[in-house]
Design a protein around this ligand. Structure first.
Ligand SMILES: NC(=O)c1ccc[n+]([C@@H]2O[C@H](COP(=O)([O-])OP(=O)(O)OC[C@H]3O[C@@H](n4cnc5c(N)ncnc54)[C@H](O)[C@@H]3O)[C@@H](O)[C@H]2O)c1
Length: 398
């Protein structure tokens, strides 16, 4: 057991953020209540008797914040512990509307630190882990891939070992469709038993983490489930990924940068649809299984950009708002997954792309500059993170 001094380390405090005490944020929280209620939806399941204390890693990040808000508001029977190191992309503001709830607590901590993870699992009597924490931006992974290995692979390993030692009953590991590698245009949608063929350092670390999850399930009978989802979009996403980044730039009348010729396509799914999927998998998912979480809505980066420009009423300036820049070192042409297995459990995506984009534009236009400390480094054509946590180095462009 760790002594109380442990918690005095500035980087590892057991803290509860007090964002709601700041008057401006208080009024923002009021404004967001309707949208959050809409995204959270209604409770679909009776609480599981074997689930009481849930650890969500990376809960102050984008996608996990949707499931934290959902579980805290719809399942008062569950205690939700958000364990997050508050990296550059995180914001405790993502949780400000629920942080006062009795069944929510926040711990600032790092999944790569085994003593801390073990301590939290014991102290909070964790029976269920929803593991979202990761380095998530492909562009950054070309700059400092070792940081991805540390957080995504080592971090997952530490968490699995702690889960094994502490007899966790359900370990849901959040992965990505990128682990399959690219699917050619016209190629079949991939089901869960396809081989993994990642092509960039980010997806390689996500695939490596999955291998460890599978090994812990087989070797130690750890009750694990894996999810793999399409690109996710919506409010609360740090503006380094294409939709929040472009919406932020366009909302300020600034041009956007398209990697390559913009013909690469992606499938997009709204954040609350992924939270719905995780809710279904938590309550009905079968141990040992992997579930794709996808939509059939697919759009090229160029078409997406034109769509955002149109939705934001800027069509007259379209040509001056788009600049084509050097492509990523490698850029998968497309991903395509088949979600039949998850749909058989009763899940289907609800939010149409146009509706989700409208919500996203409304949110970023108001809050993008208020949410994170400094987003300027994320808004350039080719950002990548250097060795330090906060510093961005702008790659020189030929
Ligand atoms: N965003 C997408 O389009 C997408 C698609 C498919 C799968 N995923 C997966 O979903 C998960 C969440 O993605 P996101 O886009 O919401 O991420 P995000 O980048 O918004 O948030 C990641 C969170 O993890 C935290 N974190 C990172 N390293 C940590 C560590 N060592 N210890 C504790 N906390 C740590 C960060 O502080 C942050 O809050 C990831 O595992 C990602 O691979 C994301």
């Amino acid at each position: 057991m760790l002594g109380s001094d442990y918690w005095n380390d500035d980087t590892m405090k057991l803290t509860t953020p007090t964002t709601a005490q700041i008057p401006e944020l208080d009024s923002i929280a009021q404004e967001l209540n309707d949208q959050i209620a809409n995204d959270v939806g209604e409770r679909k399941f009776s609480p599981r008797p074997d689930v009481k204390n849930i650890l969500v890693t990376g809960g102050a990040g984008f996608i996990a914040s949707f499931i934290v808000r959902k579980l805290v508001l719809l399942y008062p029977e569950y205690n939700v512990v958000n364990f997050d190191k508050l990296d550059y992309c995180a914001s405790t503001r993502n949780l400000m509307t629920i942080e006062h709830k009795d069944n929510y607590s926040f711990i600032k901590g790092d999944i790569t630190i085994k003593d801390m993870v073990n301590f939290v699992l014991q102290e909070k009597q964790i029976d269920t882990i929803l593991h979202f924490a990761a380095q998530t931006h492909v562009d950054n992974s070309f700059g400092n891939s070792a940081e991805f290995t540390l957080n995504n692979v080592m971090g997952t390993h530490v968490l699995l070992e702690a889960a094994r030692i502490n007899n966790v009953k359900r370990f849901i590991h959040i992965s990505t469709d990128e682990v399959y590698g690219e699917v050619e245009h016209g190629g079949d949608e991939l089901s869960e038993d396809n081989i993994l063929a990642p092509t960039n350092p980010y997806s390689a670390t996500k695939a490596a983490a999955e291998m460890l999850v599978g090994a812990y399930q087989k070797s130690f009978n750890l009750p694990t489930i894996i999810t793999r989802s399409n690109n996710v979009y919506g409010p609360y996403q740090y503006p380094e990924k294409i939709i929040p980044k472009f919406v932020t730039l366009l909302s300020e009348g600034r041009k956007v940068f398209i990697h390559g010729d913009g013909s690469n396509t992606r499938r997009f799914i709204y954040g609350s649809d992924v939270a719905d999927a995780v809710e279904v998998i938590l309550h009905k998912g079968e141990i040992g299984q992997t579930y794709n979480i996808g939509t059939s809505f697919e759009i090229s980066n160029l078409e997406l950009t034109k769509f955002l420009i149109k939705q934001m009423g800027l069509s007259a300036r379209e040509s001056e708002l788009i600049e084509f820049v050097e492509d990523r070192p490698f850029n998968d042409m497309r991903y395509a997954i088949d979600s039949t297995k998850l749909e058989a459990l009763g899940w289907k995506p609800k939010v149409e792309f146009e509706e989700g984009v409208k919500k996203t534009i409304a949110w970023y236009t108001k809050y993008s500059r208020k949410w994170w400390s400094d987003i300027s480094g994320a808004l350039v054509a080719h950002p990548y993170k250097s060795g330090t946590q906060q510093e961005y180095v702008i790659k020189s462009q030929k």
